[in-house]
Design a protein. Structure first.
Length: 317
């Protein structure tokens, strides 16, 4: 049957297959976007309403966001698109929807690929009937986009919610987004917009005094500085308010002698500032020294080289 032209049958089936693929891509991308946006907004909401969140909880929320997004990509993109359906499979699927086709499409395709002899007139008549069946197929009717619309509206709603957040509260939303996707970041929570810290990151020599000023635009009260030392310890110190200008209160933290570096941030109620670093450099020290001795001849001592630490002793003269 290789002399029968298959284009009249294969062209509509190929068009339907392309539409199936396009809708699979659209459905998969919308599903993944919906899942990712929902998980992202849930993480941002938890960071806002349950502030301040411990670092372990932020990592757990980030892990859930990643797992859900990967699951969505696997379920709605990789699995549907990993197969390679041929035209025969498409024909059988259509014949299952339309019993009146009586398997003519799939039979013609199979015989075209595997001719087994038979009556040429009967095969030509079967091909003509299958061609007429293929002419009546409408891809938009056979493959509807209902499943795509199922994910389209939730994705649009979540995207609109994200746009509203960034339009109304750009600084707060930006911080929440960064904290949601990068739990290791030193960015404060939404309340950090009320803090101004001077000078922020600091470098000092060992033994120097360190002074940090924090200006908090919020209700008057006390501020807490949280210091995370390099040895793993965490110290908290409550600071009394200093001067106040309008709605802004000034606080000062003074460390008379800096010995070790640490990270610090400020907390006021549920608001947490950005994290900054105090780096303490050790003072220069003489680690090793050698003294050369050239004693007067009267001493009878031969020249020598000795360790000069902790002190140098020699005969005067």
């Amino acid at each position: 049957m290789n002399h029968l032209p298959p284009d009249r049958i294969t062209r509509p089936l190929a068009t339907i297959l392309r539409r199936v693929r396009r809708l699979q891509w659209a459905r998969g991308l919308l599903a993944v976007a919906t899942i990712a946006l929902a998980a992202l907004l849930a993480t941002m909401a938890a960071d806002f309403f349950l502030a301040p969140l411990p670092a372990a909880v932020r990592w757990a929320l980030w892990s859930a966001f990643v797992v859900l997004t990967l699951w969505g990509a696997l379920t709605f993109l990789w699995r549907p698109l990993s197969g390679h359906p041929g035209l025969v499979r498409v024909a059988r699927w259509l014949e299952g929807k339309h019993p009146e086709l009586q398997e003519r499409l799939s039979t013609v395709l199979e015989l075209a690929d595997n001719p087994q002899g038979g009556s040429e007139s009967l095969l030509a008549e079967l091909a003509a009937a299958a061609g007429a069946d293929a002419d009546g197929l409408d891809p938009a009717v056979e493959v509807r986009n209902r499943k795509v619309k199922t994910w389209l509206w939730p994705a649009i709603a979540l995207l609109v919610a994200m746009v509203v957040l960034f339009t109304g509260w750009p600084r707060e939303a930006g911080r929440l987004l960064v904290r949601a996707v990068a739990p290791f970041a030193s960015v404060g929570n939404a309340g950090a917009v009320a803090f101004r810290i001077v000078p922020g990151d600091i470098e000092a020599m060992e033994g120097d005094a360190v002074s940090i000023q924090a200006f908090y635009d919020g209700p008057p009260g006390r501020l807490v500085i949280v210091c995370s030392l390099d040895d793993g310890r965490t110290l908290r110190e409550e600071l009394a308010p200093g001067g106040r200008s309008g709605s802004t209160t000034e606080f000062t933290y003074h460390l008379p002698v800096a010995r070790h570096g640490f990270r610090y941030h400020f907390e006021a109620g549920r608001s947490q500032s950005d994290s900054h670093r105090v780096t303490v450099w050790p003072l220069p020290r003489l680690g090793h020294a050698t003294a050369s001795y050239a004693c007067p001849a009267c001493t009878g001592l031969a020249p020598a080289r000795r360790d000069a630490l902790p002190e140098v002793k020699a005969v005067a003269g």
